[in-house]
Design a protein around this ligand. Structure first.
Ligand code: NAD
Length: 442
């Protein structure tokens, strides 16, 4: 098959969505899908469910709902499973996470109570703030990977699934530096057998998924499929992967505002971001090791959007600071403050303040849904390796080696839309628009 004659296999049968980590984000996602299926709510925030795509020239006035334009898995065909270090069902975990109103939850109790996690692969060296007993035991990390692979196969069989996808929604692991065992598949597999401490649980899940040819998306900032060894494996086995770190609250705002400032060539002297967050994610991020992982992910965004090396006068000296403060009273309702010091004509300083009172998991849940559905589309379209067209959903989007990732939300959306047009065999849109005005011909 060449890149111009892609053919998409049908989205028939059930799609199993496997979620390492069944906490606030996962349960809000599952509950949301069940609520939509019951007609209790609309899938607000989901491109796959509510998005439309312009087709052809503007003068044609054509557009299509994304879900009618390309063959996507239907919500009624999704089946959910996952792993956690606590044995709580999705209903119990959702009740503890306190994201959703008890009244809504009670209407979904039947569906959510049936979803029980499988015992997790966990390493307290990677997450220090929480511990649970519901974990697998194995002599080696390879042994643990084999147990996960068996879980995956059993889940597929027991639930009559045609296809599976995996989206990592577990807690953020501590920051890890790249290590030689992350560099090649061979070194990685040797390290699994030798219990190398540099192999994080999230890497073991990613490895197990890839070996079972299951597309893998990483919703948190820790190094999981982000290492060369697993990307090599994804290419070798022809499996789609993407990451990292769902782009939801403050970084979502940053990737809207920063490209706007840059497009008008307004300078920047500082950007101070702070948050309060009281959920379990906030608790884990109170650990400096886990926060460092998040900080690296959040800080990289501005630098890559602003390109200080290309625009030294405007962005050569930006003071960028990011803080997350664990503050239990707010639970999942995160509040973020941004103070942006900008510089205009003749060097005059100005300020922008953003105060975003958001709900963390409410913003993340539709992203999990879209990733599950689009990763399945990618696999049915024979796409493999890093799915750059899904950068739209990530704070630290993965890109092919040697390429800078694209952070500008609107450029990311254009890429996503054009990928869908390509799959639907429609003309790509570059917004040139020359046909609508004159050019004097000599
Ligand atoms: N909500 C957002 O807006 C947002 C945005 C970006 C990224 N994220 C990331 O998504 C992830 C989930 O966030 P959340 O709010 O649901 O957190 P959460 O703490 O509510 O849920 C995480 C779950 O993962 C479980 N877990 C930890 N280690 C595990 C392992 N090795 N295997 C299986 N389960 C494990 C925990 O027990 C917990 O139930 C976090 O990494 C977070 O940083 C969230």
């Amino acid at each position: 098959m060449t890149k111009t004659e892609v053919s998409i296999s049908p989205a028939s049968g059930k799609l199993g969505v496997l979620l390492p980590g069944m906490g606030a984000v996962s349960t809000t996602f599952i509950a949301g899908v069940e609520a939509v299926k019951k007609g209790l709510s609309e899938p607000i925030g989901s491109l796959t469910q509510m998005g439309r795509l312009r087709l052809g020239k503007r003068s044609e006035n054509r557009s299509a709902a994304i879900k009618d334009f390309v063959p996507l898995a239907d919500l009624n065909n999704l089946v959910f499973g996952g792993w956690d270090i606590f044995p709580d069902s999705a209903y119990e975990a959702a009740a503890k996470a306190k994201v959703l109103e008890p009244e809504l939850l009670s209407q979904l109790k039947n569906e959510l109570s049936q979803i029980k996690p499988m015992p997790a692969v966990f390493d307290p060296n990677y997450i220090t703030q929480i511990s649970g007993e519901y974990v697998k035991k194995g002599k080696t990390k390879m042994d643990l990977a084999d147990q996960l692979r068996e879980d995956i196969r059993n889940f597929k069989k027991n639930n009559g699934c045609d296809r599976l996808v995996m989206v990592w929604c577990a807690s953020t692991e501590r920051y890890t530096d790249p290590s030689p065992c992350h560099q090649t598949v061979q070194a990685f597999e040797k390290a699994l057998l030798e219990n190398d401490p540099m192999i994080a649980p999230s890497m073991i899940y990613a490895y197990a998924a890839l070996k079972e040819r299951v597309p893998y998306a990483n919703g948190s900032p820790n190094r999981s499929v982000e290492i060369p060894a697993l990307q090599e494996l994804a290419r070798e086995l022809r499996v789609p992967v993407c990451g990292s770190d769902f782009k939801t609250g403050q970084t979502f705002m940053k990737t809207l505002v920063a490209p706007g400032l840059k497009s008008r060539l307004l300078g920047l002297s500082g950007w101070y971001s702070t948050n309060i967050l009281g959920n379990r994610d906030g608790e884990v991020l109170a650990d400096p090791g886990s926060f460092k992982t998040k900080e690296v992910s959040k800080l990289s965004v501005l630098e890559q959007i602003l390109e200080p090396e290309t625009y030294p006068t405007l962005y050569g000296k930006v003071h960028h600071q990011v803080q997350i403060n664990y503050y239990p009273p707010r639970g999942d309702n995160k509040e973020g403050w941004d103070n942006i010091d900008i510089v205009g004509w003749l060097g005059y300083p100005m300020q922008i303040k953003i105060n975003f009172l958001c709900r963390d998991s409410i913003l993340a849940a539709p992203i999990v849904l879209d990733l599950a559905i689009f990763m399945d589309l990618a696999q049915r379209s024979s796409f493999y390796g890093i799915q750059e067209w899904l950068s739209f959903y990530f704070k630290s989007p993965l890109a092919a080696e040697g390429l800078k990732p694209e952070h500008d939300l609107q450029v990311q959306l254009l890429k996503l839309h054009n990928t869908l047009r390509f799959l639907g065999k429609e003309e790509l849109i570059n917004h040139l628009g020359l046909t609508y005005y004159g050019i004097v011909e000599e």
